[in-house]
Ligand binder design. Structure first.
Ligand code: GLN
Length: 546
């Protein structure tokens, strides 16, 4: 292990979805603010090798790193909290670890020994943990183990954590983020599920050092005492973490609770002063902004039974917020399923209520017709519009159909037999699709693009070369570029070899803000550095509102 790196494992008790990722990110943020070199690692216990093949309605957003790795949305939060790009080594899944071990076995790397989950998988996990902290030369590695205590799936990772603690007793800390239900009929906060979760963790050989109790209301003294006593933890290490207004308040809250001081004390880290001003100022901004800016997000991955899933477009939503707050506006974001516009065309008028419309990334034919209707409407009614990836491709389809009058123009993703395939599969992707090679095989990650001067894109970026993250198989068909340009569409960003169109827009004389990006700008938007394209969009939205 790297010399004296400290390791903090963040585990979940009772149930998932209570903010374990945000807690891990906040701990990282607080230690970073104290001048420590910190890295954050997300561990996902599923067998998928990466998150790229999972349906977003099941797993939420697929976040893409510069490297092109498709991973869990928590990685996005980590980047946004740390204000830094993460690496492939900062993410692991069971699938990744098992695949590597099995491939080694096939190469006879274990020299004929029987290969087993213990010790080989656990060793594989430990090597990855070590590698990530070494690459970053971290003082502190914060590792979030996905799932909940008691799951079968994450047990190898918990075992690896136990072994790390055994080897480095002074350098490993366990934080359990748990849920304290407050059943309305009972009217009392219950600690029993937490006690049981921690007892189970004890049976794995792990004693938590800190318990963070998530709940709607603050935990009182009586409950803190109970958890401390029954779970064998000092009372000052049982902390109450009630709901706060936004996730960005969490580090501030933790700091007020002196969680960072407690962690430093427990790990024997020097009690450095923390420099937290910039973050606090930005959070103040989010509380202060009053006058609203209304944005509609038109997508399809919203419905899960009777519930609306906002997680699918998490980074887009955060990117809107950063730019809006930066411009002193309170973002009001509505989610609209594009299929609504297919059944009842009348409702397109509904879009007039909004100051801007965004069509985020997507796949497949379902919902595409509704999106094309929306694009036509916002183009003809001067509503500021940003199309991201699929949103950009469909903007090109709409333009070809309604401006160039190629009424059967389409993306071959929707209609492979279209006589005017203005969006077509990239040549490099054809074989992959034919061979059924779907995992991690799109055009992924950071690529540079050249920006044309005197365009909205240039006004936003103020640069001629940009780098943005991608995740797509289709592109603007090079055979149609001349025709689209002649019709008035401007390609203001393209790959340095001039082949692949990265940004399209309408001139300002035609429309206040109509921009499509083949990449995903949302992945690089950060609270302290809002993304220029989103900021330009929100500026146009504010202008429209006036
Ligand atoms: N389905 C489109 C493609 O594969 C767009 C992908 C996306 O929006 N991320 O090119």
């Amino acid at each position: 292990m790297a010399n004296r790196t400290k390791y903090i494992f963040v585990l979940g008790g009772v149930m998932s979805g209570i903010g374990k990722g945000v807690a891990a990110a906040s701990i990282g943020k607080l230690l970073q603010a104290r001048g420590f070199k910190v890295n954050l690692v997300k561990i996902d216990p599923y067998l998928n090798v990466d998150a790229g093949t999972m349906n977003p309605t099941e797993h939420g957003e697929v976040f893409v790193l510069n490297s092109g790795l498709e991973c869990d949305q928590d990685m996005g939060n980590y980047e946004r909290f740390l204000g830094r790009d993460l690496l492939s080594d900062d993410y692991m899944t069971s699938g990744m670890v098992y695949r590597e071990v099995i491939e080694k076995e096939r190469r006879l790397a274990y020299r004929g020994s029987c290969v087993e989950a213990i010790p080989h998988i656990v060793d594989g996990i430990l090597q990855r943990i070590e590698k990530s902290s070494q690459i970053h030369q971290s003082d502190v590695s914060v590792l979030e183990i996905g799932g909940t205590i008691g799951d079968y799936q994450n047990i190898m990772f918990i075992e690896a954590a136990r072994i790390l603690k055994l080897r480095h007793p002074e350098d490993v800390l366990f934080v359990v983020v748990t849920y304290l239900p407050l059943p309305p009929k009972i009217g009392e906060m219950k600690t029993k599920p937490t006690q049981n979760a921690i007892r189970l963790l004890n049976s794995y050989g792990i004693q938590p050092d800190i318990v963070l109790g998530r709940s709607e209301q603050p935990m009182d003294e009586k409950r803190r005492n109970k958890i401390a006593e029954f779970c064998n933890i000092k009372k000052d290490s049982v902390l109450s973490a009630p709901d706060v207004e936004s996730i960005y308040d969490v580090p501030i809250n933790f700091n007020r609770m002196k969680l960072d001081r407690l962690i430093c004390r427990q790990l024997g880290l020097p009690n450095r002063r923390s420099n937290f001003d910039q973050w606090e100022q930005w959070v103040k901004l989010t509380h202060r902004a009053q006058s609203p800016v209304k944005v509609a997000l038109v997508g399809k991955y919203f419905n899960s039974g009777d519930f609306i899933l906002k997680d699918v477009y998490l980074s887009v939503i955060e990117a809107i917020k950063f730019s809006a707050y930066h411009l002193n506006r309170r973002p009001v974001i509505d989610w609209i399923a594009s299929q609504d516009f297919e059944s009842q065309r009348q409702s397109l008028k509904r879009l007039d209520e909004y100051d801007a419309v965004i069509i985020p990334g997507g796949f497949g034919a379902r919902g595409a017709a509704g999106k094309i209707e929306v694009i036509k409407y916002v183009r003809q009614h001067d509503i500021p519009f940003l199309g991201i990836c699929y949103g950009m491709q469909l903007a090109v389809v709409e333009f070809a159909r309604n401006v160039l009058k190629l009424s059967a123009a389409d993306s071959t993703e929707i209609n492979p037999k279209s006589p005017h395939p203005v969006i077509d599969v990239m040549p490099a992707q054809k074989d992959k699709l034919r061979q059924g090679d779907y995992g991690g095989s799109m055009r992924l990650g950071a690529y540079p693009a050249q920006i044309k001067k005197n365009t909205i894109a240039h006004r936003a970026y103020r640069r001629e070369i940009i780098t943005e993250r991608h995740r797509h198989r289709f592109e603007v068909n090079p055979d149609y570029i001349k025709q689209l340009e002649a019709g008035g569409l401007v390609f203001s960003g393209y790959s340095p070899d001039g082949r692949l169109m990265e940004i399209c827009e309408l001139p300002r004389s035609e429309h206040p803000f109509f921009v499509g990006a083949q990449f995903h700008p949302e992945f690089q938007a950060r609270p302290l550095q809002p993304h220029p394209l989103f900021t330009e969009l929100i500026k146009a939205a504010i202008e429209k509102r006036r």
